[in-house]
Design a protein around this ligand. Structure first.
Ligand code: NAP
Length: 292
């Protein structure tokens, strides 16, 4: 695996490898999980609690969050706080940002809350797209801005951003959804570039189709997809955490041949340095005495 998408070691927030693969945080570590009331986020909450993280769970459905918190506190020696918040709402988002800025025990932010759509542009409502952008892009951005200064000041932290395979396959389903997930990937690449030397670990996760309630809300029941392309939320999260443990920067749980991603990235990176020039490329025949 190349250096481009894999960092050499786990970020500064964990004590080390346990049993060669599983990272165990110290007792003071706290993870914030957005979209923890169901699906991928709820599984992450379970797995992070099992790794010893205290949790702060965020989503709109406070009842579901409390049920999950109650179970985790009953089963494991962790503290679990819940915050019922609509992250597409400015005031609720502000509360979550304030929590991230003020709680110095937080050293992992999982930006997971998100919604999707499957209808093409001509069949989708722009107001719904607006709300999706506010959640998938704006909330993720503002929560990251709220978390990063503290992580840098404290010498480490981890941000896991849930993107999607549609980030690199935007022709699949709704283009605005693909665009929001491409933003998550590009933003994560920039964050990784900027923050890795400051001890902040970034991981972008690109799940394929995952069996959650996401699909009903997005307008295409998951049972209508071929079963061969749908992964369980448990397998998605376990693979993503294994990718984190292995030092991956970008994790695509379902991609069998990792070299394909590495090649894709190497091609992209090889263009860097050639993308900005004082004169247009020769094929456009500009500045040769002929103007339209
Ligand atoms: P899910 O089961 O529908 O979970 C979405 C979570 O986000 C829920 O906890 C939901 O909780 C929360 N949420 C939705 N709107 C919110 C809002 N306005 N404010 C705060 N929380 C909100 O779907 P999922 O599949 O687990 O999705 C999790 C992430 O994975 C999303 O970012 C999605 O884009 C991504 N993903 C999913 C798939 C897939 O096939 N399922 C594939 C690739 C990527 P409340 O309703 O309680 O607010």
């Amino acid at each position: 695996m190349g250096q481009l998408s894999k960092v050499p070691s786990y970020g500064g927030d964990c004590t080390g490898r346990d049993g060669g693969s599983i990272m165990r945080p110290s007792s003071k570590n706290t993870a914030v999980v957005t979209g923890a009331s169901s699906g991928i986020g709820a599984v992450y909450a379970d797995r992070l609690a099992k790794r010893g993280y205290n949790l702060i769970l965020v989503a709109r459905n406070g009842t579901k969050l409390s049920t999950l918190a109650h179970r985790l506190k009953g089963e494991l020696d962790v503290s679990v706080q819940t915050i019922a918040a609509d992250l597409s709402d400015k005031n609720d988002l502000g509360r979550a940002e304030a929590m991230l800025r003020s709680n110095a025990s937080i050293n992992l932010l999982l930006n997971n809350a998100g919604t999707g759509a499957t209808a093409p542009l001509l069949n989708s409502d722009v107001e719904q797209m607006d709300k999706m952008i506010r959640l998938n892009v704006l909330a993720l951005t503002r929560l990251t801005y709220a978390a990063v200064p503290g992580f840098v000041a404290r010498g480490g932290g981890t941000i896991i951003n849930i993107s999607s395979i549609v980030a690199i396959s935007p022709e699949t389903f709704n283009g605005v959804y693909g665009g929001t997930k491409a933003f998550v990937l590009a933003f994560s690449q920039s964050l990784h570039h900027e923050l890795v030397a400051k001890g902040v670990r970034i991981q972008a996760v690109l799940p394929g189709a995952t069996a959650t309630g996401f699909w009903d809300l997005a307008g295409l029941p998951v049972h209508k997809l071929p079963t061969a392309i749908v992964m369980s939320a448990e397998d998605t999260v376990d693979a993503a955490l294994a990718g984190l443990d292995q030092g991956e920067f970008v994790t695509i749980p379902s991609l069998v041949n990792r070299a394909e991603w590495e090649q894709f990235e190497a091609t992209r990176r090889s263009m860097s340095g050639k993308l900005s020039r004082a004169v247009p490329a020769p094929r456009y025949n500009v500045n040769k005495g002929f103007r339209q």
